[in-house]
Ligand binder design. Structure first.
Ligand code: HEM
Length: 663
C-alpha cells in the first residue's frame, strides 16, 4: 500500500502538506495525528501550533496523484478495499482527476476543526412525541385553544387542515395573527392541539427568555432544524449545538465594526442601482413593485457581502437568481407544511418541485463551490486583528475573512453550509422590513412620512449617500424600521423543541409555572407585543441563538430607505387594501407593493401643483366638520386596512405608528 494518509477525510485534523516543521508529521506519515480526546469538563483546547499548522490541500493533484499510485500499485490489500468502501459510504467519487462529494465539485480544504464539545442529545423516540400531546390534553394549568374555522374559510379546507396538521390552512391566513387571536382569548401560554400535532404557544416574556437562554442541550430548533438541514446543512441556524458553538465563535468576528462601516458603501452602491429603476418609474409615472425591488437589491447585497458574488438581480433576472428564489420558496413551503413530502422515497427524482429543487441546489452549490475554491486558492492567513485592519477593496466578503482567519480552518462543505445559511437568513428578512416600513409610511398619516423625509433630507443635505454617523443621526428613520419589525416580525414565530423535561417560570401569565415534557414543540410568538419588557420584543431572537446579522441588516435597511426617501414620495397604484399579506418564513405581501414614485413630497403637494392634495383635503374636511359642529379629528389615518385586520384577529391588532405629531 502507498505510505500515505487516507485522503479527504474532511472535518478531521490533518498533517501539514507544506511548511513542515521538525516536530510536524509530514505527508509521508502513515497516519494523521489523532485529535485530542474531548472531555466534557474542558473547553476545546487548541493543539500546539506545530501540529496545527496545515496548508491547503489541492485535491486536484493530491487525490488524483493518490488514485494513480493506487491504480498502478498491485498491492490491493484489505486497506485498499476498506478505503474504497469508506469513500462510497461518504459519497466521495473521483473522475477526470477531480474529487467530488455527492455530485458537488469541491476543492477540499483540510479541516482543522477543533475538537467538538460533546453536547449529548438523546434522539427523540415516538413516545417522546406522544407523551407531551397526552400531557397537554390532561393538564389543567394551561388552557387548550379552541380551534375555530377561519372566517370565510371552507369546511373541507378546515378539516384537511386539522387532520393534516397544516397550520396555514387552519389559520386561513397569516399564522401569527391566528396565534395572537388565541392569545387574546387564552392568555400568554396555551396549547394548540389538532390532528396529530400539539404545540405549546408561549407569549409570556419571562417564559420566552427562559427557553431562549437555556443551555444548548435543553432546547433544539425542532421542526425548523429538520426542514432546513437539507438546504443549510450544518449552517448556524439548523446546526447541532457542538458545530454551532465552533462556527458561531468563528463567524461572529467577521461582523466586526470596521467591516460594517465598509459595508455602508456597498449598501449605498446597491441603493444607487435601485434608485435608477425608481427614477425611471417616476419619470414614466408608472407603478413599481417595491417588494420585488427590495428583494432584488437585498439579494445583490448579501451575495457581495457574504461571498463577493454579484447576482445582478436589480438589473436583470438571471437563471441563478430564479434558482435562488425557487430555493427560498421551497424552504418556506417546507416550513409551513407539516408533512415532510420532500422525504418521500426518491422524491427528488419523481416529484416535479423536488426535481427542480435538486437542480437549483446544484446550480447554487456550484457557484458557492467555485467561490470557496477561489478564496482557498488565494488564501493569505492572518490573525483576526490583522484581518480587521485589512482593507480588502476587491473582496471585502465574509468568505475572504473566514478563509483567511488563522486557526479557524474549516472544510469546504461546512463553509458552504455557513454561506448558504447567511444567504437565506439575510436576504428576505431585510427585504421584508423595507417593504412593510415603506407600506406603513406610504399609507399612514402623511405627517409621519414628512417627519422622516425631513430628517433624512436634513442629515443627507449635499450628500449622495449616508455614512455610519449619518445613520446614527437619523433616529426617526431607525424608529420607523424598528416599528415595522414590531408589527411585522421576521420570522413571525420562533420555533423550539424541548430535549429535556423542564419547567417554564411563571411570569406575567399568572400561572405559577408550566411543566414542559421532553419532545414538546414550542412556538414563541410575542406578537402583538406592547409590553415594555425584556424579551417581549424579539425582532432578532434572543439568547445564544440571537441573529448575528442584526446590525448589518438595520444599517442596510437604513441606508436604502434614507436614499429612497431623500428623493421620493410614494403613492399607492391602487388601494393599500390591495396589498394583502401572507406568511412563510417571513411576512410577504399577497399581491405585491405596487407604488408610484414621485419626486419630492407628493402627497402634501396641492393638487394644482400635481400633488396628492392631502392638506387641501384635510382643510376642506376640517371646515366641513366645523360648520357641522361635529368631531374635529382630522388625523386622517386611513383605517380601512387596519379595520379589516382587526376584524380577523378579534381586535388585538396594536395601533400602528402612534399619532406622528407627538410620539
Ligand atoms: C432585518 C433582518 C433580519 C431579521 C429580522 C433577522 C431575524 C433573525 C431571528 C429572529 C433569528 C433567531 C432565530 C431563532 O432563534 O430561531 C435570526 C438568526 C440568524 N440570523 Fe438573522 N435576521 C435578519 C438579518 C440577518 C442577516 C442580514 C444575516 C446574515 C448576514 C442573518 C443571519 C442570521 C443567522 C446566521 C442566524 C442564526 C444565528 C444562530 O443560530 O447562531 N440575519 N435572525
Amino acid at each position: 500500500l502507498p505510505s500515505r494518509p487516507l485522503p479527504c477525510r474532511a472535518r478531521t485534523p490533518r498533517p501539514s502538506l507544506s511548511t513542515p516543521t521538525p516536530t510536524e508529521p509530514t505527508t509521508n506519515s502513515t497516519r494523521p495525528p489523532s485529535p485530542p480526546k474531548p472531555s466534557p469538563s474542558t473547553k476545546p483546547s487548541k493543539s500546539p501550533p506545530t501540529i496545527q499548522r496545515t496548508a491547503l490541500l489541492d485535491s486536484l493533484s493530491y487525490e488524483a496523484d493518490l488514485l494513480q499510485t493506487w491504480e498502478e500499485s498491485d498491492q490491493r490489500g484489505f486497506d485498499y478495499f476498506l478505503e474504497k468502501l469508506r469513500r462510497s459510504f461518504s459519497n466521495l467519487s473521483f473522475a477526470d482527476g477531480r474529487a467530488s462529494r455527492g455530485g458537488r465539485d469541491w476543492t477540499f480544504s483540510p479541516a482543522r476543526t477543533p475538537p467538538l464539545l460533546p453536547i449529548q442529545r438523546r434522539p427523540l423516540t415516538p413516545l417522546d412525541a406522544l407523551k407531551p400531546a397526552l400531557h397537554a390534553l390532561t393538564r389543567r394549568e394551561v388552557p387548550i385553544a379552541e380551534i375555530e374555522m377561519p372566517r370565510g374559510g371552507s369546511a373541507l379546507g378546515f378539516i384537511t387542515g386539522v387532520l393534516g396538521g397544516d397550520l396555514q390552512t387552519l389559520a386561513g391566513g397569516p399564522l401569527f395573527l391566528l396565534l395572537a387571536k388565541y392569545c387574546q382569548k387564552n392568555g400568554p401560554v396555551y396549547t394548540l392541539a389538532f390532528g396529530p400535532k400539539s404545540f405549546l404557544i408561549v407569549s409570556d416574556p419571562c417564559m420566552a427568555r427562559h427557553v431562549l437562554q437555556s443551555r444548548p442541550d435543553a432546547y433544539s430548533k425542532g421542526v425548523l432544524e429538520e426542514i432546513l438541514k437539507p438546504i443549510m446543512g450544518n449552517g448556524l441556524i439548523p446546526a447541532d449545538p457542538a458545530t454551532w458553538k465552533v462556527r458561531r465563535r468563528a463567524i461572529v468576528p467577521g461582523f466586526h465594526r470596521r467591516w460594517l462601516g465598509r459595508m455602508v458603501s456597498l449598501f449605498s452602491g446597491a441603493a444607487a442601482e435601485l434608485l435608477g429603476s425608481v427614477d425611471a418609474a417616476a419619470a414614466a409615472g408608472s407603478p413599481l413593485e417595491m417588494e420585488e425591488r427590495f428583494c432584488s437589491v437585498s439579494l445583490d447585497i448579501i451575495g457581495r457581502a457574504v461571498f463577493n458574488y454579484d447576482f445582478g438581480s436589480v438589473r436583470a433576472e438571471s437563471p441563478v437568481v430564479k434558482a435562488v428564489y425557487r430555493i427560498l420558496r421551497e424552504a418556506e413551503h417546507r416550513s409551513t407544511s407539516f408533512i415532510p413530502y420532500w422525504d418521500l422515497p426518491y422524491a427528488s427524482r419523481w416529484m416535479e418541485g423536488q426535481v427542480q429543487f435538486r437542480k437549483d441546489m446544484s446550480l447554487l452549490d456550484g457557484i458557492l463551490a467555485s467561490m470557496i475554491n477561489g478564496a482557498v486558492a488565494t488564501r493569505s492567513e492572518a490573525s483576526v486583528e490583522e484581518l480587521e485592519e485589512r482593507d480588502e477593496a476587491d473582496d471585502p466578503s465574509l468568505l475572504r475573512f473566514l478563509i483567511d482567519m488563522r486557526g479557524e480552518d474549516v472544510d469546504s462543505e461546512q463553509m458552504r453550509d455557513d454561506l448558504m445559511t447567511m444567504l437565506i437568513a439575510g436576504h428576505e428578512t431585510t427585504a421584508a422590513v423595507l417593504t412593510w416600513t415603506l407600506f406603513e409610511l406610504a399609507r399612514g398619516d402623511v405627517r409621519m412620512m414628512e417627519d422622516v423625509q425631513h430628517e433624512v433630507r436634513t442629515v443627507l443635505a449635499g450628500k449622495a449617500a449616508p455614512d455610519y454617523d449619518d445613520i446614527v443621526n437619523m433616529p426617526r428613520l431607525r424608529q420607523s424600521l424598528t416599528e415595522s419589525l414590531r408589527l411585522y416580525p421576521e420570522p413571525p414565530i420562533l420555533i423550539r423543541r424541548a430535549l429535556k423535561d423542564d419547567s417554564l417560570p411563571g411570569g406575567g401569565s399568572g400561572i405559577p409555572s408550566v411543566k414542559v415534557l421532553r419532545g414538546t414543540d414550542i412556538f414563541i410568538s410575542t406578537y402583538p407585543n406592547e409590553v415594555a419588557s425584556d424579551f417581549a420584543f424579539l425582532p432578532f431572537g434572543g439568547g445564544s441563538r440571537k441573529c448575528i446579522g442584526d446590525q448589518f441588516a438595520m444599517m442596510e435597511a437604513a441606508v436604502l430607505m434614507s436614499m429612497l426617501l431623500k428623493k421620493f414620495d410614494f403613492e399607492f397604484a391602487g388601494s393599500p387594501d390591495d396589498v394583502g399579506m401572507r406568511t412563510g418564513a417571513t411576512i410577504h405581501t399577497m399581491n405585491g407593493l405596487n407604488l408610484i414614485p414621485h419626486e419630492g413630497n407628493f402627497r402634501t403637494r396641492s393638487k394644482e401643483d400635481g400633488g396628492g392634495g392631502w392638506w387641501d383635503m384635510k382643510r376642506e374636511e376640517y371646515e366641513r366638520k366645523r360648520a357641522a359642529g361635529g368631531d374635529m379629528d382630522v388625523g386622517g389615518r386611513e383605517e380601512k386596512w387596519k379595520e379589516k385586520l382587526r376584524e380577523r384577529v378579534g381586535g388585538v391588532l396594536p395601533d400602528l405608528f402612534v399619532d406622528s405629531d407627538t410620539d
